[in-house]
Design a protein around this ligand. Sequence first.
Ligand code: PLP
Length: 404
Amino acid sequence: MTSEIQRLNVHLASAQPSATYRMMDRVAAKRATGAKVISLSAGEPDFDTPPHVCEAAIGAIRAGHTRYTQVAGLRALREAVAEKFNRENGLDVRWQDTIVCSGGKQVIYNALAATLNGGDEVIVPAPYWVSYPEMAQLCGATPVVVPCGADVGFKLTPDALSKAISPRTRWLILNSPSNPTGAVYQRDELAGLAEVLLAHPNVLVLSDDIYEHLTFDGAEFFTLAQVEPRLKDRTLTMNGVSKAYAMTGWRIGFGTGPAWLLEAMEKLQGQQTSGASSISQHAALAALQGPQDFIRESKEVFQARRNMMVELLDSTPGLSCTMPGGAFYAFASCEDLLGKTTPAGTLLRTDEDVALALLEEANVAVVHGSAFGLGPYIRFAYALDNDSLRQACEAIREFCLSLK
Ligand code: PLP
């Protein structure tokens, strides 16, 4: 029995720890036993942060930029963020219309925490990034999960959106390119969703664009407020440097949205972190203002890896994988593996069983689709060098062939 002193916040007590971090812990534990595990579970680029960004951070330390900054971020960085939203997304924003937080994750959390009350609903299309429903719940709201299967390209349709909206809907969360599926919304698909949203003026929209720069085959990236400017005054467009510039550890994300929302987020942040790290902000400034070759180069590398991964996975007996349009994830159905037994005698009942058996018996770490709200699937993150990816696919293939 839990003693009174250990009584947690009621919303936190029912929250789930992130499935991705749980798998990372399992990998660490397995590696500690001496096993050579190839991890396709982490959601971060395997590249180093570009040298000029690191130099800018070192320069910031040497120049004494080591104090608190303005809560909403350094003015110079906010100007660069506004310039980014204008240049790349055609959003027409001023620096005052932006906020800088400790990672894209905190932009989302701040926005939800600043606006949600008990009884509010947050529409989350599934498969979803693991944190959306948990964050909504932590803020006392109810996530309304809308299943979006392979038949609709893992994307929310106007019809499904329309059915999910209720008088209690406070937010819709959109994520393109998607973690975990890599699905990318086309302009006309966003326009279709926008049409539904225009009829529901009390619904806020969070557009999580963190994988913006990873769209493949020459596909153009679109964000909702750009496709339908009439939604701009109730859309929070979120982005950051984590995935675009291989800066996950620097913890810088940013957003633009209506003034009242940004003010509320700033108020919250002022009582919470006081703002993002000054040194990381200088690094992010260098990333946004410096040469952008890194983005083009990493996109080419990821596209080549995607092609290889999808071919290898889709030709593996028991797996079936469609071609994702972006991000660095392949989302493969493992339905045909269910009901089979592994050489160690484990019956595979669910996609989680498959993921755990792959770790135990093939030394490959992946995350099961159900953790993202849609099973039976497996998410394979291909943010690894080609040799490791090939080895992992070979081990997965042998594992699948060994099932009875
Ligand atoms: N949104 C999605 C869809 C993500 O996959 C992630 C990170 O994995 C984030 C947001 C958070 O990014 P950041 O590292 O900037 O907090």
